[in-house]
Write a protein that binds this ligand. Structure first.
Ligand code: FAD
Length: 369
């Protein structure tokens, strides 16, 4: 019903109604699913319900010996799992993963494909999009279901003049929103003429569904056609960098320090604070730019998006680019000398004072509690 014959870039014609269902690239590392994969399954579920009753959310698992991950995908809301396994896919390689996922897309024609905006997702998604002759919106922070401008008009959900609407536009799909111009503008992007629509989505932004133990669904085994000659690199060794030890996206408590620390040694106090409350250390970009802490700790628009249970902002003013990465935290505590700084406006609990006096008091009280 929602199909229309459209020209694609190759000059072939594609019937958009051939494309159905939402795929989520269920990124795993060493047999463990990334949190963002579960968040995207949740978001995919929400979108699928809005698109139509028969739209499914399908988790795409790529790797080797990863059958055990299907149950987790179902528990978090996947209707279907597409399992792509081969010994050559044991390690992530750009060539190998791009090839097998592109082949599967050509064969099964999903309407929407979502990836986490992780290092792997950012590497993979543009290559697959190029091979599918479709668009990609990178780094989305919001997805909405798009209905055709004609249907919106009929439902009086738009104030547009009917003469400006495209009568050919009967497609559904998604509206993809991402920050632009340093976070000062939110750009909404649609992909009207080609399928699948593809987005990378920031970790920590979308909601996981409540886990349903024992949930099941259909597992489709996709046998990939892949040979060693398709992969142009050899992974010789995988070295764990110190950066990987910072797991901001998975932390329940984050203690972040900013320029208000005064110098690099201030992070010793923040580390002590984090150790005491069972959290991890975050930072503002000002602290990173000053060389006080590694960039892997940076929270915000050009850092990591986080959603912990408690976020302590210590000596951080609350610039829009920092807020973009943490303001959906469950509970925000601001510690700042300036009672009028923007962080105080988003905080649930505000402590006005010198962080060098306030934090040691919290640490001391914590021991008594
Ligand atoms: P400041 O704004 O200087 O604030 C320091 C705060 O510390 C002040 O509120 C002050 O009152 C308080 N203070 C001082 N001394 C004390 C004390 N002893 N006790 C208590 N409080 C004290 N920023 C990010 O954080 N993350 C990003 O991802 C990011 N991306 C950006 C992307 C772009 C394109 C641009 C243009 C900017 C980006 N920024 C980002 C930078 C951002 O605009 C701000 O410059 C930065 O967040 C400021 O960091 P800050 O709050 O630590 O420093």
């Amino acid at each position: 019903k929602f199909g229309a014959i459209k020209e694609v870039q190759t000059g072939e014609t594609a019937d958009l109604s051939d494309y159905k269902h939402i795929w989520v690239f269920a990124e795993q590392r060493k047999g463990k699913l990334m949190n963002v994969a579960l968040e995207l399954i949740g978001e995919g579920h929400r979108l699928a319900n809005e698109i139509s009753a028969d739209t499914q959310v399908c988790a795409v698992l790529v790797g080797n010996k990863i059958d055990h991950l299907a149950a987790e995908c179902f528990a978090y809301g996947a209707d279907k799992v597409i399992m792509i396994q081969d010994p050559l896919l044991e390690q992530y390689t750009t060539d190998g993963y791009t090839k097998v996922i592109t082949d599967a897309i050509h064969e099964m024609k999903p309407e929407i494909v979502l990836y986490g905006a992780t290092h792997i997702g950012r590497d993979l998604a543009p290559r697959i999009a190029a091979r599918c002759n479709t668009g990609l919106t990178a780094d989305c922070t919001r997805l909405d279901v798009k209905v055709s401008s004609y249907i919106e008009f009929a439902k009086k959900k738009t104030t547009l003049d009917i003469s400006t609407l495209d009568p050919e536009d009967t497609s559904t799909g998604i509206k993809q929103t991402r920050p632009a111009f340093g976070g000062n503008l939110m750009a909404t992007i649609i992909c009207p003429n080609t399928r699948p629509q593809m987005s990378t989505v920031r970790p920590g932004v979308m909601q996981k569904r409540e886990k349903v133990e024992g949930a099941t669904g259909e597992i489709v085994t996709y046998k990939p056609t892949i040979a060693k000659s398709d992969i142009h690199i050899d992974v010789v060794d995988v070295v764990k960098s110190a950066k990987e030890l910072v797991s901001l996206t998975d932390a329940d408590i984050i203690c972040s320090g900013g320029r208000g620390l005064g110098d690099a040694s201030g992070f010793k106090l923040i580390q002590e604070f984090a150790d005491k409350v069972g959290g991890v250390v975050g930072s503002s970009r000002a602290a990173v730019d000053a060389g006080w802490i590694d960039q892997s700790h940076q929270v915000g628009q050009t850092g990591t998006t986080v959603k912990p249970k408690i976020y302590f902002a210590c000596g951080i003013s609350g610039a829009i680019q920092h807020l973009a990465g943490m303001q959906t935290s469950d509970y925000i505590v601001a510690i700042n000398k300036d009672a009028d700084c923007p962080m105080m406006e988003v905080a649930d609990f505000c402590i006005v004072g010198d962080l060098y006096k306030v934090i040691p008091q919290i640490i001391a009280e914590w021991d008594k509690a």
